[in-house]
Design a protein around this ligand. Structure first.
Ligand code: CA
Ligand code: CA
Ligand code: CA
Ligand code: CA
Length: 416
């Protein structure tokens, strides 16, 4: 665990806003649904997790999927972070005093794991990481989502299980349902987007003692695969619903369950492809969950053509948020851990921030100008090639002064 953020007196109880260097972010909590609750509802300012004094960054193209899990079995949770690049998963062991050791790749059969699935060339992906005991044998297993892969003859975002074995994990295997086929959200779903970019998590959603899987997808909905015990899951999923139909975020749902409001049942939190963190409070019971409309806990970042100039200018989560929730500072209130995809501009060596900013603005303006004269490649392929060369030349000029970098950060946000 990294240093706790300083308390922020004077912030409004219902809306916590903080400056974002042109990207305003507000953590807003609707008090009405919690009226009468003794639970504090303010969220502190996000702080990026640091390792040995440096902000933790995953490799390009980013998309950090974080969680606090006890991987080493010493009773102290470690930070586990998955990333798109190579479908790699890293562990940052915690000494329990707020310090993290440097990254170690999670290994399966002594080799760094690589969760299959294609996202953005050249990166592969294992888009999400969740540690849980899937088969109840007492050893933690890794449950990973994937953006899209063609294993097993179908194109879909398979879920991969790395079963705990000895002190490590077995190779990634596609998780199958009780009918012996890969678990698929799209079974019966009209929208093929329901079946890509799986982001599975586990929760005993119906209180029957068996862990159930709930997965997000590109469509932004949530599919439940009921657990039958000992690592067996029902083949046929069902969409999680509220009173107005399926629960949904804008796109790329990424669920996490926690009793956010302390009333004894599991509430649903989700990130989204456009960023932000959303709460669907469980207004039902432990056995029969029913979810309320979503409340925004962390706003999505404002759209900007201009990436922030360097890490210190980034003050909150970007897009493709993935959420873990749990009490990190022992005050009884769950806190948030949010992974993201952040795009930065980095000034070239010896170039001031001001000059880099100017260069980036000039580049953006010139590109917008050029876009107006973009030829139709189907009509005039020659002109299209020449036009593309102009874009490349423009990018080259920009790259001499400032570089665009895609990465993923991990943010801690504490309930106050
Ligand atoms: Ca296990
Ligand atoms: Ca269950
Ligand atoms: Ca609850
Ligand atoms: Ca807490």
């Amino acid at each position: 665990m990294t240093k706790l953020p300083p308390s922020t007196p004077g912030l409004s109880r219902t809306s916590v806003a903080f400056p974002m260097g042109g990207r305003p972010v507000a953590a807003t909590v609707a008090l009405s649904i919690f009226a009468g609750s003794a639970w504090g509802l303010d969220l502190g300012a996000p702080t990026p997790v640091q390792v040995k004094g440096k902000v933790l960054q995953v490799e390009a193209p980013g998309l950090a999927s974080p969680g606090w899990f006890d991987v080493t079995g010493d009773g102290k949770p470690d930070l586990v972070v998955g990333q798109h690049a190579n479908g790699a998963v890293f562990v940052y062991s915690s000494n329990g005093k707020g310090e993290l050791a440097k990254a170690r790749p999670v290994k399966a059969k002594k080799k760094p794991v690589r969760i299959p699935g294609v996202c953005e060339v050249p990166a592969d992906f294992g888009a999400s990481v969740h540690l849980t005991d899937l088969d109840g044998d007492g050893r933690p297993d890794l449950l990973c989502g994937s953006n899209m892969d063609v294993a097993g003859g179908t194109i879909q975002g398979h879920m991969y299980a790395l079963m705990g074995k000895g002190k490590g994990f077995d190779k990634p295997k596609i998780l199958q349902g009780n009918a012996g086929r890969p678990l698929a959200m799209g079974a019966g779903a009209a929208n093929p987007l329901a079946n890509t970019a799986s982001v599975p998590t586990t929760v005993d959603i119906d209180g029957d003692g068996h862990l159930d899987i709930v997965s997000g997808n590109t469509e932004g909905t949530f599919y439940l695969f009921k657990g039958l015990g000992k690592g067996s899951f029902e083949q046929q999923p069902s969409a999680l619903k509220g009173s107005d139909g399926p629960l949904k975020v804008m796109m790329n749902s990424s669920p996490a369950f926690v009793d956010w409001d302390g009333d004894g049942d599991q509430d649903l939190l989700s990130g989204s492809g456009l960023g932000g963190v959303y709460l669907f409070a469980n207004t039902g019971t432990l056995e029969a969950p029913l979810f309320a409309e979503s409340v925004t806990l962390v706003e999505m970042p404002a759209f900007s053509l201009m990436p922030p100039m360097g890490l210190p200018k980034v003050l909150g989560p970007g897009v493709h948020t993935r959420v873990w929730a749990g009490d990190r500072n022992g005050d009884g209130k769950p806190d948030l851990l949010v992974g993201d995809k952040t795009t930065l501009a980095i000034p070239a060596r010896g170039v001031s921030d001001e000059r880099a900013t100017e260069a980036y603005q000039a580049f953006t303006a010139a590109l917008a100008d050029l876009a107006k004269s973009a030829p139709n490649s189907a009509v005039d392929p020659n002109a299209a090639t020449k036009w593309m060369a102009k874009v490349k030349a423009l990018e080259k000029t920009r790259d001499k002064v400032v570089r665009k970098v895609e990465t993923g950060l991990v943010w801690e946000i504490f309930q106050q």
